[in-house]
Write a protein that binds this ligand. Structure first.
Ligand code: 13P
Ligand code: SF4
Length: 329
C-alpha cells in the first residue's frame, strides 16, 4: 500500500469515529493537516501529549497520548521522544518540561493560559507561608512553575485527598482552587486553608441546570469535575478528574450521561463510547481552544514556542511535581 493510500485509510478511520462532531466541510481542512503533523512527528521523533479537553480532530487525529493532567505529567517523564508537543495549556507544558528537563517541550500557543494558574504568584505563596509558618503547601498542578517552586507537594483532582493526607499534619495550605479545596475538605479531617481561585469554565454550572437536565432526561447519570462549586457537585452522581470521568463512562456505560465539565470532552468520550448518549454542556475553555491543528503544525515544523524554566526555580518546582507522581492516583 502506498503512503497516500495508507493515509487515506487511516484518515477515513479517524473521520468515521468523529464525524458526529466534526462537519465534513471542516474535515476537508483538518485531514491534510493531520497527515502533515503525523508524518512530521515520525520524522522528528516527536510525541504529542494532549489534554482531554482538546478538540476531537486533535484528540483522535494527532495525539499519541490523550489524558488528564496527572497522567500527562507521568507520561512526559516516561517518553523517549526528542520533542514533546503539549496540546493543552501553559502550566501543562511547564509541568512536562519539569518532568523531562532535557527534552524540547513545545506548546502550539504560548497564550493558552488558565484562570486558576493566573490567580496566584510565587510571591503570594511566600506571604502565605509567613502567615502560616510550618504549615505545608499543597498546590494544584494548575499553577505556574514559580508557585510550584514554593510548594511542598503538587496534586491534581485525581489525587488531591491522597496528597493532603500523605503529609500527616492537621493543617495544609491548599492552593489555588477554592472549589477543589472544598471538595477535599469534605473528605478529610485535615484543616484546609484555601485561596480564592476558580476555574472560569466550571464555576458557570449551577445546581438548577442539573435539576432541569435530570427532569428532561429521567435516569441520566450526571458526573462532575471537582473544580465545580460544591452545590453543583452535590447535585452530581459522581465526581472525578477528567480521566476519572472517562473511566466512569467506560466502565458503567450509562444509557445517558452528562459530563459537567468542558464541552469538547463529551465529544471525545462519545466517539469512544458509541452506545452512550451524551447531553452536552456547552462551556468551552477559551485557553484550551487556542490550540489548533494549524498551530500544532507550525510549532512542530519550526520548533517554536519552546518552554524554558529558570534552573533554580525548575529544581524546586520539579520536586513538588515528582512527589505528586510518586503518591500516584
Ligand atoms: P484534570 O486534571 O482532571 O485533567 O483537569 C485539568 C483541568 O484543567 C480541568 O479544568
Ligand atoms: Fe484552567 Fe478551567 Fe481551562 Fe482547566 S478548564 S485549563 S482549570 S480555565
Amino acid at each position: 500500500m502506498s503512503a497516500q493510500e495508507q493515509f487515506n485509510r487511516s484518515s477515513s478511520e479517524i473521520y468515521k469515529k468523529i464525524s458526529k462532531h466534526v462537519p465534513e466541510i471542516e474535515w476537508k481542512v483538518h485531514a491534510p493537516l493531520i497527515e502533515k503533523i503525523n508524518k512530521l512527528k515520525k520524522d522528528k521523533n516527536a510525541v504529542i501529549l494532549a489534554h482531554n479537553y482538546q478538540t476531537p480532530e486533535i484528540y483522535h487525529g494527532v495525539s499519541d497520548i490523550a489524558a488528564d493532567s496527572l497522567a500527562l505529567a507521568v507520561e512526559a517523564a516516561k517518553t523517549s521522544a526528542d520533542i514533546i508537543v503539549l496540546c493543552g495549556v501553559h502550566f501543562m507544558a511547564e509541568t512536562a518540561k519539569l518532568m523531562s528537563p532535557d527534552k524540547k517541550v513545545l506548546i502550539p500557543d504560548m497564550d493558552a493560559g488558565c484562570s486558576l494558574a493566573a490567580s496566584l504568584t510565587g510571591e503570594d505563596v511566600r506571604l502565605l507561608k509567613k502567615q502560616y509558618p510550618g504549615v505545608p503547601v499543597v498546590s494544584y498542578v494548575n499553577t505556574s512553575a514559580d508557585v510550584k517552586a514554593e510548594t511542598d507537594v503538587c496534586c491534581t483532582s485525581a489525587n488531591a485527598v491522597k496528597v493532603v493526607e500523605s503529609l500527616n499534619t492537621d493543617k495544609v495550605i491548599f492552593l489555588p482552587d477554592q472549589h477543589l479545596a472544598n471538595y477535599v475538605a469534605k473528605q478529610t479531617k485535615v484543616k484546609i486553608i484555601s485561596w480564592k481561585g476558580s476555574c472560569i469554565v466550571h464555576e458557570q454550572f449551577s445546581p438548577k441546570e442539573i435539576q432541569d437536565i435530570r427532569k428532561a432526561n429521567p435516569g441520566i447519570k450526571v458526573i462532575g469535575h471537582p473544580e465545580c462549586p460544591s452545590d453543583v457537585l452535590d447535585a452530581c452522581d459522581f465526581a472525578g478528574s477528567t480521566g476519572g470521568m472517562i473511566d466512569y463512562v467506560k466502565k458503567n456505560q450509562p444509557k445517558k450521561v452528562m459530563l459537567v465539565t468542558e464541552c469538547s470532552m463529551s465529544d471525545n468520550v462519545q466517539a469512544d463510547n458509541p452506545n452512550v448518549e451524551f447531553i452536552k454542556p456547552c462551556n468551552l475553555c477559551p485557553y484550551m481552544k487556542k490550540i489548533t491543528l494549524q498551530k500544532i503544525l507550525d510549532c512542530l515544523e519550526n520548533e517554536k514556542n519552546e518552554i524554558f524554566i529558570e534552573k533554580k526555580m525548575a529544581k524546586a518546582a520539579r520536586q513538588s511535581v515528582q512527589r505528586m507522581t510518586e503518591i500516584g492516583r
